[in-house]
Design a protein around this ligand. Structure first.
Ligand code: SF4
Length: 398
């Protein structure tokens, strides 16, 4: 196969550390056990690549602005003419950082799941609502041209204040709001927090949020299916169920969950994808090639390279061992592209979340069935899920 041109887009993890432990996030139980910060040696290794890159997404498992030298890196990307963007919890901001963002960013995504201290701080554990507001004000004033988009995960804990969150976004000078559904995790036993379990409450409050955004002319994206949910009970009855469950898990539960997670010793970093297992035809067919294979690699703070963030367990090279150019054209990368080009979904991509959610415009799976959704993991997920469920049940019985 001909050499693949250098990518023009890059996802780069500057840190896997997060200063928050949000109740729906893996940081809630993993407690930063494997935190890693990108250093100048990694930046040196990717310098040849940066000459070609036009856009960097500060992506990864941590809070990107928590890297102590993030302003310096953002400034460097701005000097190279690279546009930068990120999702942030906006708990860290100062004038130097706001200036660097003003130079390199056109748009930033900020996470906010509450417009009162109790809800915001209950969901985004470890963060403070007053600090978030102060930082948003500083960012808005320092970067008048920056598009600020608020990201809100709706869940049982904040559905009643969804319309107020929309007003809050508007009052704080955000340019748009994206409301997303909760992606539950067995480990957190949090399916009960999904608003679709409470259709009457979900519909009423989502409608109010959408109406408020219209009234304020604030662009909004939201899960439309919520408005079509079938009501099975009354608003009051659902409210009663929602309120019968403690709003937030206790500190004691979190401590035990963290200790239990640690005892499982799962936090090993990603492993190299095995060619025999993953560079094989999954048996599923497609039209098109996933664009991430052609133009947007992901490099984590350890220097491991992946085609995307959807399969963060299996890397396909490391920037400290081999040059980016070699990895970008190695047998694994080229093989994945070739399988797609010939209409076959590779085993590496089976169960991909982005394919599942039709997030990829350039590729379509032709014969999806239940089996397609089963991803390969480097641990026995069924056994793990069972053990977590048992743990959660035992802990809630205590
Ligand atoms: S199809 Fe999914 S898993 Fe495969 S490269 Fe694209 S985003 Fe990643």
């Amino acid at each position: 196969m001909a050499k693949q041109p250098y990518p023009t887009r890059l996802k780069l993890e500057h840190t896997s550390f997060c200063n928050a432990q949000c109740i729906m996030c893996s940081h809630y139980f993993s407690n930063n056990t494997q935190k890693k910060m990108m250093d100048d040696s990694l930046e040196e290794r990717i310098t040849p690549l940066l000459k070609h890159v036009k856009r960097i997404l500060l992506q990864g498992s941590g809070e990107p602005l928590a890297h102590p030298h993030i302003a310096k890196y953002i400034d460097k990307y701005a000097d190279l003419g690279i546009e930068v963007t990120c999702n942030t919890n906006l708990s860290i901001m100062n004038e130097a950082l706001a200036m660097a963002i003003g130079r390199a960013f056109k748009k930033i995504h900020i996470s906010c799941d509450g417009c009162s201290s109790d809800v915001f701080e209950g969901i985004r554990k470890g963060l403070r609502f007053d600090v978030f507001k102060r930082n948003l004000k500083l960012l808005r004033e320092s970067c008048p041209d920056l598009k600020i988009e608020m990201y809100t995960v709706t869940l049982r804990q904040n559905i009643l204040q969804l319309a107020d969150i929309v007003s809050f976004a508007y009052e704080m000078g955000c340019d748009s709001i994206v409301i997303t559904d909760l992606n539950p995790k067995d480990i957190l036993d949090n399916e009960k927090d999904m608003i679709r379990n409470y259709p009457s409450v979900a519909k009423v409050n989502m409608s109010k949020a959408v109406a408020k955004a219209k009234e304020l002319s604030l662009p909004i994206v939201y899960p439309k299916y919520i408005l079509e949910l079938k009501e099975v009970s009354t608003y009051q009855a659902e409210l009663g169920i929602m309120e019968s469950i403690p709003l937030f898990p206790s500190d004691d539960f979190q401590k035990k969950l963290q200790a239990f997670y640690k005892s499982l010793n799962l936090d090993s970093h990603s492993v190299r994808a095995n060619e025999t297992l993953f560079l094989a035809d999954s048996g599923y067919h497609c039209n098109g090639i996933c664009n991430y294979l052609l133009d947007e690699p992901y490099i984590d703070a350890n220097g491991d390279v992946y085609p995307c963030c959807a399969n963060g367990q299996y890397n396909i090279g490391n920037i400290y061992e081999t040059s980016f150019e070699e990895i970008w054209n190695n047998k694994f990368y080229s093989g994945l592209r070739e399988l797609f080009a010939n209409g076959h979904i590779p085993q590496y991509c089976k169960g991909c979340l982005y394919l599942r959610n039709h997030y990829l415009n350039d590729v379509e799976v032709l014969d999806v069935d239940e089996g397609f959704y089963k991803q390969q993991y480097n641990v026995d997920m069924e056994d793990l899920t069972r053990r977590f469920k048992e743990f959660c049940k035992e802990s809630s019985n205590e």
